[in-house]
Design a protein around this ligand. Sequence first.
Ligand SMILES: [Zn+2]
Length: 314
Amino acid sequence: MTVEVLPSNQPETFYRGAGRIAEFRNVPALPDRPEDWVGSVTTRFGRAPSGLSALADGRVLAEVIAADPAWWLGPARTDTGVLVKLLDAGQRLPLHVHPDRSFAHAHLASPYGKTEAWVIVAARPDAVVHLGFARDVEAAELAGWVAAQKTDEMLAATNRVPVAAGDAILCPAGLPHAIGDGILLVEVQEPTDFSVLLEYAGFGPADGHLGLGYDLALQCVDRAAWGPARLEALRGSAARLLPEAADEFFGARRLYGGDEIFAGFGVLVVVAGEGRLTGESDDLSIRRGDTLLIPYAAGPLRLQGRVEAIRLSA
Ligand SMILES: [Zn+2]
């Protein structure tokens, strides 16, 4: 067997869940742990080693990959290039922004920023995400909102975008966003934990600026207006789960029983049904809520049965 069935990996966060990960994964409920970092080799900002995934036998994934990168990643990669999470928003998350690669390179000593995307697994009927400002916002206005924590004004300036189970939305680095409550999603992102909190009142101390100070940190914010057409272009289509703009950051495919999974390092999240995952060295039963890590060495695999899964990779 080459594929790893992953135990859950639920680091602390500063917001509440609603028990959806326990229900989805069939694991014990940890109400204050609303995220599961899946196959993570990324640490929480300023909180290492928190965030790192372990395999079922207890070994730390990052160390296992470092010991045999070609087996795990194949000849074309030197790192996994991706971070996958399950996220259960039991309250609206704070409005925040992630830096892009050029900002992260210049100020955070990282080749990766944090463009991310969400595949909605479940959502209450009136669920929304806040995505981008609906009008141009001046730098001084944004700085004033953040300093005084005028969160009602800030949120009122954002687009409220309805979401439903099955939706997939790209959230480019720089774009202010907040996931609304009542949503369970699979998140794929560049492998960092860089967040600039525009809103911190009620969530924690005023230090959501990555140690850079807000004057500098707010320079990574896209303050331009995002209208309906630009927002619509962030959604996937029938032909592809995420828009083409996601391709330089990560890949995400929805797969069903009968589909082939091409060779390569990736994470598989089973979102519905049950079935089998088979390949030259692998044959395992899988069901909704399972999270699996596929090494390059597994070669091509096939899903079988009445099952639906999301494959995520760099
Ligand atoms: Zn985010």
